[in-house]
Design a protein around this ligand. Structure first.
Ligand SMILES: N[C@@H](CCC(=O)N[C@@H](CS)C(=O)NCC(=O)O)C(=O)O
Length: 222
């Protein structure tokens, strides 16, 4: 019997959207990683040891044995795409790739970073944000990002069963990651039926299902 040994180490925490993206991409490409838990609630991302790997104190960091650490989930997805081109996370044509990267960035670069622990910490200390103000902030920025993505998915001809055509790719991974973390925080965004349908289809695929936050090491029991 051959036992496959993971060649990657993934610095991770159960509920993070950016780590979810890497978990799904690894899963789709049939790659495995040994996870090292960094507890965001305990501030472990700001420890001197972790800052050496990831100076912006963000998860994830991916390390392939013997190589320098890789940070930024979208850069990691691009790396995995080049390392293991099938199944493809990006379409074969230039304009399709630009569209998928654009949708992915709307979610991973313009929506998700606004609701990270470091932003919450700053707002609580510099602007006296309490739980209600933070919730309103999350609702606003998740709503803004997802409504804009919904309008594109509904109006653009390249949308199929997934964000681009009929195969899941980088935009779907980013979309599902934002929806997954929104559920963890019990935030609902109304009037995004196309997104909900696409994310449901994603969740039926093993790589997405296995990345669900509540299935990860350290997640609460319910
Ligand atoms: N743009 C980065 C975002 C990284 C990031 O902010 N990750 C969050 C978790 S999803 C984090 O570790 N935050 C720590 C903090 O805000 O203190 C990526 O996509 O990898």
């Amino acid at each position: 019997m051959t036992v496959s040994v993971p060649t990657f180490e993934l610095y991770a925490f159960w509920r993070t959207a950016a780590t979810y993206r890497v978990r799904v991409a690894l899963g789709l490409k049939g790659l495995q990683a040994r996870e090292i838990n960094i507890d965001l609630d305990a501030g472990e991302q700001r420890s001197p040891a972790y800052l050496k790997l990831n100076p912006l104190a963000g998860l994830p960091t991916l390390i392939q044995a013997g190589n320098p650490p890789m940070t930024q989930s979208l850069a990691i997805l691009e790396f995995l795409e080049e390392l293991q081109p099938t199944p493809a996370l990006l379409p074969g044509d230039l304009y399709g790739r630009a569209r998928v990267r654009s949708l992915a960035n709307m979610l991973a670069a313009d929506t998700h970073p606004l609701i990270t622990p470091r932003v919450r910490k700053y707002l609580a200390s510099a602007a006296d944000f309490d739980d209600a103000a933070w919730r309103a902030w999350q609702q606003h920025w998740f709503g803004t990002g997802l409504s804009a993505v919904e309008s594109r998915l509904v109006s653009e001809a390249a949308t199929g069963r997934f964000c681009h055509g009929d195969q899941p790719g980088m935009a779907d991974i980013c979309l599902a990651s934002v929806m997954a973390v929104m559920r963890v925080f019990n935030i609902e965004v109304p009037d995004i039926p196309m997104i909900e349908r696409i994310v449901q289809r994603c969740q039926q695929l093993p790589a997405f299902a296995a990345a669900a936050p509540l299935l990860q090491h350290g997640a609460p029991a319910a």
